[in-house]
Design a protein around this ligand. Sequence first.
Ligand SMILES: Nc1ncnc2c1ncn2[C@@H]1O[C@H](COP(=O)(O)OP(=O)(O)OP(=O)(O)O)[C@@H](O)[C@H]1O
Ligand SMILES: [Mg+2]
Length: 114
Amino acid sequence: MQPGSQQTALSAGGMLELDNLRRRYGDVTALDGLSFAVPPGQVFGFLGPNGAGKTTAMRAIVGVASLDGGEVRWRGHPVGPQICRRIGYMPEERAYTPRCGCSSSSSTWPACMA
Ligand SMILES: Nc1ncnc2c1ncn2[C@@H]1O[C@H](COP(=O)(O)OP(=O)(O)OP(=O)(O)O)[C@@H](O)[C@H]1O
Ligand SMILES: [Mg+2]
């Protein structure tokens, strides 16, 4: 995944589909039409240099980050709160702090509730 070259669709009809995801932060384009599909039964990773948009994409998948455009689908259906609650996500950034324990973090990060 290279910044500004997120157009490649790996395959269609996957278990998890990212369809033309777009997200800007001011002048910064974090996601520029990111599309890929994860086939069922596979371990899947996506790589890219710093700033390529990996974290933004993960946050969009689990519903923590809003999108300017595009859609995330699970088994063909848009990902909503019901599906998000079943996704485990360990962010790169520290998710738990002494003042913000597991239960309150789980409400902030619903996707941590696998
Ligand atoms: N909340 C935010 N506010 C402003 N800019 C942001 C925000 N989140 C991400 N960005 C910007 O969006 C771009 C993509 O960031 P992102 O964190 O998704 O990349 P990344 O691939 O996860 O990078 P890294 O490998 O450093 O973790 C970067 O230019 C980043 O500075
Ligand atoms: Mg990141």
